[in-house]
Write a protein that binds this ligand. Sequence first.
Ligand code: AMP
Length: 414
Amino acid sequence: MPAPKGTYDVLPAAGFLPVRDGLLAPAVRAGYGYAEAPVFEHTDLFARGVGESTDIVAKEMFTFSDRADRSLTLRPEGTAGVLRAVLDAGLHKGQLPVKLRYAGPMFRAERPQAGRYRQFQQVGIEALGLDDPALDAEVVALGAQAFAGLGLTGVRLLLTSLGDPACRPAYREALTAFLGGLDLDEDTRRRAQINPLRVLDDKRPAVQAQLADAPLMVDALCDACAAHLDAVRASLDVLGVAHEPAPRLVRGLDYYMRTTFEFVHDGLGAQSAVGGGGRYDGLSEAIGGPPLPGIGWALGVERTQLALQAEGVAPPVEPGVQVFVVPLGAAAKSSAVPLVHALRAAGLSADLAYGDRGMKGAMKAADRSGAAYAVVLGDRDLAAGTAPLKDLRTGEQTPVALDALTTHLQELLS
Ligand code: AMP
């Protein structure tokens, strides 16, 4: 039976985990603690926290009723749940900023295509409680490092500011007035009324052609927002993180303000965004909490895998075992099982050839295991209390006393 449409299976050969964990490695080094909120939440959290006018809430949520008729929704993104968890636990009343990272599946009922799934995996970070442009720069830089750390060189960082409640309303009005004078279809007109900024992001050439003279948020920022954007850019320059102005960048989520950014990769075709994020100072209040500034990002794991493929970068692989034991014969087998157990107890990773495959099949399994060393146990060796230890990289074989094998391997592999 195939998996449901828009989903896929993670199996070891896909190298999923090293990519996912690799993306978060810079955040781990920067003190972002691991957080995990439920995969489903009350629908209201996303309706308020993501925004009723967004495509996500309007048409992409997997919503269902539980047995007590409560409306629940599979999370379409991670920020609202993590923020809810922080508020519930009162972490925002302690040391600030609260720095958290998360990883896990998100769910959106989108039309599946390359790089777009209905269950997809994101990693993300959130820094809550402070509005400090240096913190914005740290968050953005950790995103850039996430991709660079995996060996990607083709990820571009687009950065802009969406203003704040002091300057966005007037800009919105100016944009609405501008859009009102254009020749737009009914659907787009309706969209313009709900969120005019979203129209700027319309990819259709006929719409884009009319938008050449549209007013831009970056030209209408209040002094405080302009200074904030300058400070973030200056910090990124100091950190050596390249960034490009993106005056037409808008985000699908309603609660973004000021710093807004996207990571794009040109080798992915239509779905070029590999990650994105921004400052969401209004979100806490939107979900019923106190005023609490915050900034974060989410990166797509599958699209990162596609970017690695597009650049021809070998993805990191899960490490295999260190030692592989090959028993030859029944007596050797009964000694091999406790030997492998003892090696594991000593902190080494070890496996053995199960089943009776014969020497050739077992050595093939040893090679495939990724082990650095194989211990080939024959009945005669056992009687003599030694075993040949084979270095699988050089092919060199040395006899080692069985009772010294664990310490010998520990020394070799330390
Ligand atoms: P967003 O939460 O929409 O800002 O998405 C952040 C990142 O998650 C995007 O840049 C993509 O890399 C990834 N992403 C979003 N939606 C999907 C999807 N349906 N399938 C796969 N990846 C996705």
